[in-house]
Design a protein around this ligand. Structure first.
Ligand code: IVH
Length: 689
């Protein structure tokens, strides 16, 4: 049985990593940090090592990079697979890697390693034939890449001709974009309302794949070459090879830094000094690469399927850096929440130049005593949106940040909502006597505030909602400004003709957009509920509501007479609390909202939810303590068997799954008479073994 659990986790990891590879390599739009990605990747690697019989042909460990489906570019098969390197964020793992190398030779062997910056760009193979630079191919899936020669030819530092080895050879390097090019490119895209690139690496990838070379020429790229892909008996080591490339006018970063494999203090110091140095470089460096210098020794060490045993990368861990808080901007979200955003003196954080960060809310600003012109610390912490974490010091210019009283968009007064205070609720019987407290967010109370409306439309079309995959924020903005779409139901009134009136909108794109809107009409009910943007109703609650009500019409049946009983019904849904129920009732009491729902209902034919049936159908479970595998693994297992996962213990809960060191939840469950299951009992229940 246990094996089955590993298989399930293995399959999840394969599909999740493949999805992230696609977002990263194909779309240049990663949604998780490198650190999070590496965590998933390393877990998969461990599973494959432990259970080789699980290995699937779909495994991202069998492929290097991502199999691009970029039809605009001719596919080219690399002469030899373009490998990648294993990596770590820990110094001790670098030392383990070096120890493994030492152990592979007898103790008298002198072993040198070279240390180079890891350029954060796009890996490329440059091919020379008969003395001419003929082809540039991206890594692609490691075996086959895209021919991006036209755009690479724009890089001036690449020699057009070379007589090295009689003019027939190939080299490998990294193409990157400098920070200044990246910033001006994003500034232009911002002015044009185009989607911004997340970091210079994505911008470099996007540029290499531009069909229009004159467009690519406006975004200068650069390259450092670090490998010769053609073997030659005269070239015996990495430092030799770099020297040869330099003499042949290839753009190399500099002379190789050669170290003894045992020089640990020196290696540690190099890592520390590069971490400081990279902040002042004009191009992104995300780590250091260590490689065995001698090619014969490399041969002895050999390679794994995807990475060589003679090379390893150390990646710089997440930064937390100091900078000046220059200003505070206000952002009005779809639920009316007005959030303060810090405008910062730009700093380089995890390979991206950061000039904006979240300040959460005005209570946070007060709590941390933050003022404009303060020196503050900023961190990414695995998030794509950076956060201001702490005040370092006030300066003589520091000025207080005042919470606004009116909406910066429509001028309406702002207020704080009341939410029920869950921690004081002792039992279900006391629900009606609940206490309320003020929410932290300031909200605009005007349902017709244009910032709110526009953000609500953007929410409506997003991926986990109606998923209009042909439409972006810029188009929503255009439609809103033109008055073509002011509320969600207006999307369904658009036609190819009305869309074609927009600037730069061809008939074909208009048709694609109408098709994706059409497709959304049969979305699942939970997506539609999620798309409505009711505060507190995220993906999980939308699924609960959809499962419970089963149709749009049931939601529309609320009226003055049945409001109280409807509220009770909502609260009876396990997982829906008082505050969320109150928010739903408020919205369903709003005539304009109901009118909008009715119009939407006329367009939509939602798929009826099919609840997963299984051993745990209709049962609610909560997990506590440490289990043998990550929490989300068990959560998935429970849902796949028809159960519902809860975050807290109440008398309504069916089971509490307890791992080691379970704390207050266990006590609470015992008092409430909730049945407690061990991890083994849960798996036995699911498998019958
Ligand atoms: S050596 C067998 N040296 O980092 C692979 N790679 O994590 C040899 N990279 O895929 C690669 N700077 O795209 C090497 N100085 C450098 C590098 C470098 C950046 C990239 C390269 C590789 C990835 C490995």
């Amino acid at each position: 049985m246990e094996h089955e659990l590993f298989r399930a986790r293995y399959n999840d990891l394969v599909s999740e990593i493949n999805k992230h590879n696609e977002l990263y390599y194909k779309n240049n739009t990663p949604v998780i940090s490198d650190q999070e990605y590496d965590k998933l990747y390393n877990e998969l690697k461990e599973l494959e090592e432990q259970f080789p019989e699980l290995i699937s042909p779909q495994s991202p460990l069998r492929k290097v990079g991502y199999e691009t489906e970029n039809e605009l570019f001719t596919k080219v098969v690399h002469k030899n697979p373009m490998l990648s390197l294993g990596n770590t964020y820990n110094l001790s793992e670098v030392f383990n890697f070096l120890d493994r190398i030492i152990k592979s030779f007898d103790s008298s062997t002198e072993i040198e390693v070279v240390c180079e910056p890891k350029f954060d760009g796009i890996s490329i193979e440059l091919v020379y034939e008969n003395g001419r630079f003929v082809r540039a191919v991206t890594r692609g899936d490691g075996v086959t890449g895209d021919d991006v020669t036209k755009n690479v030819k724009l890089i001036k530092s690449i020699p057009e001709r070379s007589n090295l080895f009689g003019g027939n050879f190939a080299v490998r390097g990294e193409i990157f974009m400098t920070f200044s090019t990246f910033e001006s490119l994003n500034a232009t895209r911002n002015e044009n309302g185009e989607k911004l690139f997340m970091n210079p690496r994505n911008a470099a990838g996007g540029t290499l794949h531009l069909k229009d070379t004159s467009e690519a020429a406006k975004r200068p790229l650069e390259i450092y070459v670090y490998d010769l892909l053609t073997e030659h008996e005269d070239v015996k080591s990495h430092d030799n090879m770099i020297e040869l490339l330099y003499e042949n006018e290839f753009p190399v970063f500099g002379k190789s830094n050669v170290l003894n494999v045992k020089a640990r203090i020196e290696i540690e110091n190099i890592i520390k000094s590069w971490d400081l140095r990279r902040a002042n470089l004009e191009f992104p460096v995300d780590g250091l690469v260590f490689k065995v210098n001698n090619f014969e020794q490399r041969q002895v060490l050999g390679t794994n399927i995807k990475d060589p045993r003679w090379g390893f990368a150390f990646k710089f861990p997440s930064d937390e850096l100091e900078t000046e808080l220059l200003d505070v901007e206000l952002n009005v979200g779809r639920t009316g929440a007005v959030t303060p955003v810090a405008v910062l003196k730009p700093v380089l954080l995890d390979g991206t130049r950061v000039s904006r960060a979240s300040l959460h809310n005005f209570d946070y600003i007060k709590e941390k005593d933050l003022r404009i012109h303060d020196i503050v610390k900023v961190k990414k912490a695995g998030e794509i949106i950076p956060q201001v974490t702490v005040l370092v010091q006030h300066t003589e210019f520091s000025v207080e940040i005042k919470a606004p009283e009116n909406c910066p968009s429509c001028g309406y007064p702002l207020s704080k909502k009341m939410t029920s205070q869950k921690k004081n609720r002792k039992s279900d019987n006391e629900q009606k006597n609940r206490e309320f407290e003020e929410e932290k967010a300031l909200r605009c109370t005007n349902f017709n505030c244009s910032s709110r409306m526009e953000n609500a439309l953007i929410h409506f079309i997003s991926r986990d909602m109606m998923n209009f995959d042909t439409m972006g924020e810029k188009l929503v903005h255009q439609l809103f400004e033109k008055g073509l779409v002011r509320k969600p139901s207006d999307f369904y009134k658009l036609t190819v003709d009305s869309l074609s009136e927009l600037e730069r909108m061809g008939k074909k794109s208009a048709k694609n957009i109408i098709d994706s809107i059409e497709k959304s009409k049969t979305s699942e009910l939970w997506r539609i509920i999620h798309a409505l943007g009711i505060s507190g109703v995220g993906k999980a609650n939308s699924k609960l509501l959809a499962n419970h009500f089963g149709s749009f019409e049931r939601l529309l049946s609320v009226n003055n007479e049945n409001r109280e009983s409807f509220r009770d019904e909502l609260i009876s849904i396990d997982g829906i609390g008082d505050t969320v129920a109150a928010d739903i009732i408020t919205l369903l009491s709003d005539d304009l909202f109901i009118e909008e729902l009715k119009i939407l209902a006329a367009f939509l034919k939602p798929q009826i939810n099919t609840t997963v049936s299984g051993v745990l159908s209709g049962k609610s479970l909560c997990i506590t303590g440490s289990l043998s595998k990550p929490r989300d693994y068990f959560e998935k297992l429970i849902s796949e068997n028809g159960g519902m996962v809860r975050n807290s213990v109440s008398a309504k809960l069916d089971f509490l799954v307890c791992g080691e060191n379970a704390g207050s939840k266990k006590e609470k469950a015992e008092k409430a008479g909730v049945k407690i299951l061990s991890e083994n009992e849960l798996t036995t229940m699911l498998t019958g073994n």
